[in-house]
Design a protein around this ligand. Structure first.
Ligand SMILES: [Zn+2]
Length: 231
């Protein structure tokens, strides 16, 4: 399993290692006060994503604001960003963690994990894998834009890269990379648009690819963005 993770994500570390090093940097270099810090996440709705990092263990405000939806895309938009900004403690700090996720099971299978209480492996990220299957079968863009809005939107984000995804030896790895870029771009756009709401706060963007593994094993994180902005 680790060999497969390192093949596609050579810089990945366990989520706990990443969390600790980010928190240390935020306190030592950027003066973050963990009593005045809240967490916002734009990660997939999948429950196994919650344990991939542990920022909440280090900060007083334990409950994260959920900015994302399927695949980790920031579906709550400018309204979500405005609300999140309004919840930051006075002259306080915000951590925004974001990115898609991908499973790598003990058997080394990409796009699968074994979940607690189950004997068989299931898909991870199921939403992204379903999008990739649609792309490979030339059925992308056929989802119901009302009843299945988030999935429809994910496919819309991946479609321009359909050829690259299809040509990759592991199409899900390619799709996850594309999704990361789309999420990263959108998060920065939303932050810029809502800059006024973040006045007098300090925000750190922590972006990357979450690598989930079987339930009894640690999750990994491939850190791709760490930037601090004072508003
Ligand atoms: Zn997912």
């Amino acid at each position: 399993m680790e060999r497969v993770i390192k093949k596609y994500y050579p810089n990945a570390e366990t989520g706990r290692e990443i969390t600790r090093s980010c928190i240390n940097k935020l306190i030592d270099k950027h003066g973050f006060d963990t009593q005045k810090t809240i967490l916002g996440t734009s990660v997939c709705s999948d429950e196994i994503v919650r344990t991939s990092t542990n920022f909440r263990d280090y900060i007083d405000h334990k409950n994260p604001f959920s900015l994302g939806g399927l695949g980790g895309f920031p579906f709550t938009g400018t309204t979500g960003f405005g609300a999140f900004a309004a919840h930051i403690p006075d002259n306080g700090y915000a951590i925004i963690e974001y990115g898609p996720h991908i499973g790598v099971s003990k058997t080394g299978t990409i796009g699968n994990v074994q979940r607690m209480g189950q004997t068989l492996e299931t898909t991870c990220c199921g939403a992204l894998k379903a999008s990739v299957n649609d792309i490979l079968k030339n059925q992308a863009g056929t989802k119901d834009s009302d009843l299945d809005y988030q999935q429809w939107k994910l496919e819309e984000q991946l479609l321009p890269a359909a050829e690259d995804i299809g040509n990759h030896e592991e199409p899900l790895v390619a799709a996850t990379d594309v999704m990361y870029q789309q999420i990263d771009k959108r998060i920065k756009e939303l932050l810029k648009k809502s800059a006024g709401s973040f006045k007098n706060t300090t925000v750190v963007l922590i972006g990357g690819i979450i690598i989930n593994t079987d339930f009894e094993l640690p999750d990994w994180f491939d850190l791709r963005e760490f930037s601090v902005e004072i508003f």
